[in-house]
Design a binder for this molecule. Structure first.
Ligand code: SF4
Length: 270
């Protein structure tokens, strides 16, 4: 299990690594910088650096983690990247369905492919599906998300790069907002954050303020109007599991993956 320092999750699970940039929010991609570092350190899963790579040996990992937890899926990639075969996406969902004592958080910028594949996937209640929205040009991703059958739907508005005044929150269960950090962070205005917070308040949607960001994100902190904002959807699966106990792992039947597919993406990328 990989413990996570991300404020809104507990662990990460990366059955895929690597990605391509598709919108302004990707400019200073944290995963790209981390993958380059891990490649330089000789980590075997990052031998291809930030090139898209399937990691089939990681698929069953959550089934070995008996303690119920909130798991961010593919913190180092995007599950709905065009080059991830649908059979592989289905295998990731099959594991999440079997590991029902955990809660899984998936985040994508490929909201069109998410909607396209959503009818072919199982949607157990322990899957939280989210889309990233960095400014008002990308709110169309929310419409794609809304049209999926996911029980918990959330928005990651990070890095927030501009005002988003008319945010439609119908059918949305959670909103995360954060500023960019790193060496050359783009600025985020307090008024943009307050405006989103107010829209969440009006729509009664839980609001989580992750950070101001900046060059020194620790110093900038995460207080908004003198307090933290840590609302989250209820952790249904974790609560159920505490009542009934984590179930023993059962045999997992994953969709058959063509060896040619996984081999191709293990050794080569684009
Ligand atoms: S979609 Fe996510 S993982 Fe992929 S390049 Fe953009 S920020 Fe990075």
């Amino acid at each position: 299990m990989a413990q996570s320092s991300i404020e809104w999750t507990e662990s990460t699970w990366n059955p895929i690594t690597g990605c391509d940039k598709i919108s302004p929010g990707c400019k200073h991609c944290y995963a790209e910088a981390m993958a380059t570092r891990l490649q330089a350190m000789g980590q075997i899963n990052y031998a291809n650096g930030f090139d898209l790579t399937l990691q089939p040996h990681m698929l069953r990992r959550p089934l070995d983690w008996k303690k119920p937890q909130v798991i961010f899926v593919n913190s180092m990639s995007d599950l709905f990247h065009r080059d991830v075969p649908v059979e592989y996406v289905r295998a990731v969902f099959a594991v999440m369905e079997q590991a029902h004592w955990h809660e899984f958080q998936i985040l994508t910028k490929r909201a069109d492919r998410l909607e396209e594949l959503s009818a072919k996937l199982p949607w157990p209640k322990n899957i939280w599906m989210g889309v990233s929205v960095e400014n008002s040009d990308y709110t169309y991703r929310i419409d794609h998300l809304r049209r999926t059958p996911a029980t918990v739907k959330f928005l990651s508005i990070e890095p927030l790069l501009g005002p988003i005044s008319n945010l439609s929150l119908v059918g949305i269960d959670w909103v995360i907002v954060g500023g960019e950090s790193g060496r050359r962070p783009r600025p985020m205005c307090e008024s943009w954050v307050r405006e989103i917070r107010d829209q969440c308040d009006h729509a009664k949607v839980p609001f989580f303020f992750k950070q101001w960001g900046g060059v020194n994100k620790k110093a900038a902190g995460r207080l908004l109007e003198g307090r933290t904002w840590d609302d989250m959807p209820k952790r249904k699966a974790a609560i159920m599991s505490k009542i009934f106990g984590a179930p023993p792992a059962r045999p997992v039947h994953l969709p058959v993956l063509e060896p040619a597919i996984t081999q191709k993406f293990r050794s080569v990328s684009k």
